[in-house]
Each structure stands twice: as structure tokens, then as C-alpha cells.
Design a protein around this ligand. Structure first.
Ligand SMILES: [Zn+2]
Length: 302
């Protein structure tokens, strides 16, 4: 049995911003989730101030653009080419999809809020070749978008202990912070300012929660931090000034095993931060909204 910690539930009337969800998105089979429209409307009814959704490739970008023809109030999106997209897109269509994507990014920068999720995922890429491919594509994205001066949203997942590359067991990419280190080197190489970079669903290792925020990076705390201590402890020592809140829905869930999440659950990120930082939920709500407005340069319509 999971031992439940006594974390207070989200208070009534909290205001919030989910800076990273996937709505709309291709649905899992037989999902129990409310419709995209219902999720969008209930988010604002429950206290949402602005909602940011993330695409991961050309297909999900088109789905979002289409949805926004009807629903665009206080709703924005970021343009991602996720590391999973690099690893799983069939070779036969990779180049044409990529060209369409980079073409959109370079010619429509006024339409979107940031670039991401982009990054490295050494859980999905377990071989040296696949890891090097992700690195090559990440570097290319930074190089080609640097001049646009948009915020970046990173997806960074280090290899777990059992996920080492069996052909190269001693390789540095197997280390528990290998993806973090590789990303940091590339950002440095291109002189990307840390304050323009958010680590989405920040997952550690724990000491990075402090060192990254010290350097000026922004870290986003998922709603799963409410029910899972490992998500909470990595930002325990990051100041409120560096924190944002997200659900990553429909992935994850505040306290069950996802993926069955909705954007309004972002209020659980607020409870989690209030608990780990020993401050009021009200303060966390105010700070994280302010941080989101600053980071993404949001204009909230009333
Ligand atoms: Zn995501």
C-alpha cells in the first residue's frame, strides 16, 4: 500500500496557470477523459487564468491550430519537436515533416509562445546511436531558432539505472545526469540565456533543483508532485521565483497512475509546492502566475 502523506488538498477559489499540457492531442484508446472542449471550459471555470498547450510534432501542431479556430481566449501554444519524435518518426517521412515544422517555426513566430517541448530522452533512446541522433537534432533546433529569441521548453529525461546502453555500458550517457549535462553544454555553446529556458516536468537529479535555479533557469512542477514524493523533492530547494506549474495532461495524474489527467488538476501542483516550501497556497498561486506571465510574456484577457 502506498503510504499517503498528509498534504492539504487544493483550496477553493485558487487561481492557476497550467504552462504545459497536451490539449487537444491524439487520444488514447477508450479513454475516460472529458471532451477537449469540456476540459478547456472547466479549466477557466475552476480558476484558470491562461492555458498553454504543447505540440510535439507537425501533426499535433495542426490539431492545436485547428482547435484554436474556435477556442483561443487565454489559450496559447508552444511548438515542439520532442525527443520521442526524433526517435520514433519513421525515416521515410522524417525529412519532409521536419522541413514543414522548421518552416512554420521560422515564419510564424508571432503566433506561438515558445519552442518546445524539445530536448533529450535517454529512456526512449537507449542506444548510443539513438541518443546521438537526439543530440544532433536538439543542437540543430537551437541553432536554427536562436535568433527568434523565444522561450524554450525542455523535455529532459536521464537514463534510469536499468536503462544503460548495453553495447556501451561505460559510456557517460548512462550517468544519472547525462541528459542534463549534455543539454547544459549545448545551451552554453549557443549562449542561450537560462532565464529564457524552462525545464518542463523537472525530474532531477535533486541537486539540479538548486543549481539550475541558481543559474536562472525556470523549473516546472507537475501535478504528480502532489502524490509522488520523488517529483516534490527535486524542487524542494528551488526558490518560488524559479517555479512554474503544469499538468502534462493527459499524461500523469496528481495521485493515481496516469495517463488520465486534465489541465484543471494543475491546482495540485500548487498544493505540492505550498507543502514542500511551507508557505500558503495563495502565495504559490500568486507567484507561479506572475512567473508564467513573465516567462511567456502573456497578455490575459478579462
Ligand atoms: Zn509534455
Amino acid at each position: 500500500m502506498l503510504k499517503k502523506k498528509n498534504i492539504p488538498v487544493p483550496e477553493d477559489n485558487l487561481k492557476f496557470i497550467d504552462v504545459h499540457c497536451h490539449l487537444p492531442f491524439p487520444r488514447p484508446k477508450n479513454d475516460q477523459l472529458p471532451s477537449d472542449k469540456e476540459q478547456y471550459l472547466s479549466y477557466f471555470k475552476m480558476g484558470g487564468q491562461f492555458l498553454i498547450t504543447s505540440s510535439i510534432d507537425m501533426n499535433t501542431l495542426n490539431i492545436i491550430i485547428n482547435f484554436m479556430k474556435k477556442f483561443d481566449k487565454n489559450f496559447g501554444f508552444t511548438c515542439g519537436w520532442a525527443p520521442q519524435t526524433v526517435t520514433y518518426t519513421p525515416k521515410t517521412k522524417y525529412n519532409s515533416e521536419w522541413r514543414n515544422w522548421i518552416d512554420y517555426i521560422q515564419n510564424n513566430s508571432e503566433k506561438y509562445l515558445g519552442i518546445g517541448e524539445i530536448g533529450l530522452d535517454f529512456h526512449h533512446a537507449k542506444t548510443l546511436e539513438k541518443r546521438n541522433d537526439q543530440i544532433k537534432e536538439f543542437r540543430k533546433i537551437i541553432e536554427l531558432t536562436k535568433e527568434l529569441n523565444k522561450p524554450y521548453i525542455l523535455h529532459v529525461r536521464n537514463a534510469a539505472k536499468h536503462e544503460f546502453d548495453k553495447q556501451h555500458p561505460e559510456h557517460r550517457f548512462n550517468k544519472e545526469d547525462a541528459a542534463n549535462k549534455t543539454i547544459l553544454n549545448i545551451l552554453k555553446e549557443f549562449n542561450i540565456e537560462p532565464k529564457k529556458v524552462m525545464w518542463h516536468c523537472f525530474s532531477g537529479p535533486a541537486e539540479y533543483g538548486k543549481t539550475l535555479s541558481d543559474q536562472g533557469f525556470m523549473l516546472s512542477v507537475p501535478s504528480s508532485a502532489y502524490g509522488f514524493e520523488r517529483w516534490r523533492k527535486v524542487t524542494k530547494f528551488s526558490p518560488l521565483e524559479s517555479l512554474l506549474t503544469e499538468t502534462d495532461s493527459y499524461y500523469q495524474h496528481p495521485f493515481k497512475r496516469g495517463p488520465i489527467n486534465v489541465p484543471s488538476n494543475v491546482k495540485y501542483s500548487i498544493s505540492a509546492i505550498a507543502y514542500s516550501h511551507k508557505v500558503s497556497q495563495q502565495l504559490v498561486s500568486e507567484k507561479t502566475i506572475e512567473n508564467a506571465i513573465d516567462f511567456f510574456n502573456l497578455e490575459i484577457e478579462s
